[in-house]
Design a protein around this ligand. Structure first.
Ligand SMILES: Cc1cc2nc3c(=O)[nH]c(=O)nc-3n(C[C@H](O)[C@H](O)[C@H](O)COP(=O)(O)OP(=O)(O)OC[C@H]3O[C@@H](n4cnc5c(N)ncnc54)[C@H](O)[C@@H]3O)c2cc1C
Length: 469
């Protein structure tokens, strides 16, 4: 069987690996438009050590991902974080990141002192007395920001929820769906509606938080307890994408931009990728490119997929000679209603990861850019570095210029992440239903089953199995 995969990011390489695992004889060609593999996983060789400029961690409670890395022989490369807390910058000062929330949504005002005003606190604490949320189990998604604003007011959204979601999705909570990005909350609402109970935000969050506390207490007493929330790779994500590429034994063609897929004889050929005829094609590019590539072979799927929008961002990686004065935090998220700073998050990699801290000095990643406010992504490199240093100093007092800036790397991620809007899940299910009708054509990627590394892997592996079924 001859199989073509378009895109050598995490989804493309994982699909290739899975196909090889199930079909040792398959001929696999992977076509990658740029001059490197990995896509949004990108480890840059700083003089001080390998440094991730795209994804830098994964959710370690996703045991499927950890098991997969173990299968790849990478278990010993996994590293745990220091456990230092993250903070929230709002109204010109640092606050503890509220705990006992669901993606920043609290069940009560406790722990939000100083972050929200008294009216907002009273509103949160009396939310369950207000008329219930109109919610029908299993129905269409709604805007997360709009929902939380309608129950708790603007401050919780602008200062907490959007700050957290901006770090994961590069989007404001208003542009994201509840089912699409906080499915556990949607499921709790469904459960309440099905049981004929009043649907209340604070009651739902309380139920989820209590369940989590109970399950972590149970887990603490058992052997399975895994304390850390995140993990990463000692040598950066390059360890993962290089291992996937090697073990897949696929022919990987870089600088190979594919501009279309056409039916030829009983198979497919790829425009811009030589004369090969393939029995199966798997498209793993970002949604708009995938829509463009599917146009001639899966027109209905292509038309649906065009609806998915992308959010851009930029990461400025900075290595300083010393870290005196850098707060003892893993990182800082920035509220969206801060007029004087442009950065949306600061990651103190040398504090967050002991293996990076051991290199000495300070490694800081400054992230900018959200869906709808992407001008910063196009700013000149000098302006971005100045902005990163100014914001770092304004937020923490750490004077990066005085600390000695040894290394800098600016990485722009144009269209880096798909926007998981309230319409997203319906769009994806329609795309998949249309693709199911077309023999030999498959698609996967961060738009399909979630943006996080474990979710991308899970979807790509399922597609890989379907390709050879
Ligand atoms: C800044 C940033 C930070 C992130 N941080 C984290 C994190 O810490 N933890 C986490 O779990 N997730 C994180 N993510 C999300 C995660 O990295 C991505 O969802 C995932 O890597 C996407 O993989 P993919 O293969 O779907 O897409 P991509 O990585 O985009 O791969 C698609 C590939 O297709 C290629 N391509 C595009 N068009 C063509 C064409 N016409 N022909 C041939 N090739 C083409 C591209 O060059 C690219 O290599 C982050 C994402 C970003 C942008």
């Amino acid at each position: 069987m001859r199989i073509a995969i378009v895109g050598a990011g995490l989804a493309g390489l994982t699909t290739a690996w899975e196909i090889r695992a199930g079909a040792p004889e398959a001929e696999i060609d992977v076509f990658e438009a740029t001059d490197r593999i990995g896509g949004k996983l990108f480890t840059v060789p700083f003089a001080s050590g390998p440094t991730d400029m795209g994804a830098e961690a994964y959710l370690a409670f996703r045991e499927d991902a950890t098991e997969f890395f173990t299968t790849l022989g990478l278990k010993d490369a996994l590293r745990a974080p220091s456990g230092l807390p993250s903070a929230l910058y709002s109204q010109g000062q640092l606050h503890a990141l509220p705990s006992h929330t669901v993606m920043g949504i609290p069940a009560s005002s406790a722990g939000l002192e100083g972050l929200i005003d008294a009216d907002t606190a009273a509103r949160i604490d009396s939310e369950s007395d207000a008329p219930g949320i109109e919610w029908t189990s299993g129905e269409a998604d709604v805007s997360l920001g709009a929902l939380v604003r309608s129950r708790y007011g603007d401050q919780v959204v602008d200062r907490v929820v959007s700050a957290l979601q901006g770090g994961v999705y590069s989007s404001l909570a208003d542009d994201l769906g509840v089912r699409a990005t906080v499915p556990v909350l949607a499921q709790e609402f469904d459960r309440m509606a099905d049981a004929g109970q009043k649907v209340s935000l604070s009651t739902a969050v309380r139920a989820i938080v209590d369940r989590r506390a109970a399950s972590s207490e149970n887990a603490t007493s058992g052997e399975q307890y895994r304390p850390q929330l995140f993990s990463t790779f000692a040598g950066g994500y390059a360890q993962l994408y290089e291992e996937l590429a090697e073990q897949s034994k696929a022919r990987i063609h870089i600088d190979a931009f594919v501009s279309g897929i056409v039916r030829k004889n009983s198979g497919f050929s790829l425009k811009g990728a030589g004369e090969g005829i393939y029995d199966r094609v798997v498209v793993t590019t970002p949604a708009p490119t995938t829509a463009m590539l599917l146009k001639d072979v899966a027109a209905a799927a292509s038309a649906e997929l065009k609806k998915v929008r992308l959010a851009s961002s930029v990461v400025v990686g900075m290595k300083f000679a010393h870290d005196e004065g850098l707060p003892d935090h893993s990182g800082i998220l920035v509220a969206c209603d801060e007029p004087d700073v442009k950065v949306k998050a600061l990651t103190f990699s040398s504090k967050k990861w002991p293996h990076i801290g051991q290199r000495g000095g300070a490694l800081v990643r400054a992230s900018f850019g959200r869906f709808g406010d992407e001008q910063i992504t196009r700013a000149e490199e000098d302006e971005l570095v100045d902005r990163a240093l100014d914001d770092l100093q304004a937020i923490t007092g750490f004077d990066g210029r005085a600390a000695g800036l040894d290394e800098i790397f600016v990485q722009r991620w144009f269209g880096g992440l798909p926007v998981y809007s309230p319409e997203h899940l319906v769009t994806v299910s329609r795309v998949m239903a249309e693709l199911d009708k077309v023999d030999g054509v498959f698609a996967t990627g961060s738009w399909a089953g979630g943006v996080g590394v474990p979710a991308v892997i899970a979807h790509a592996r399922a597609v890989g199995r379907a390709v050879i079924a």
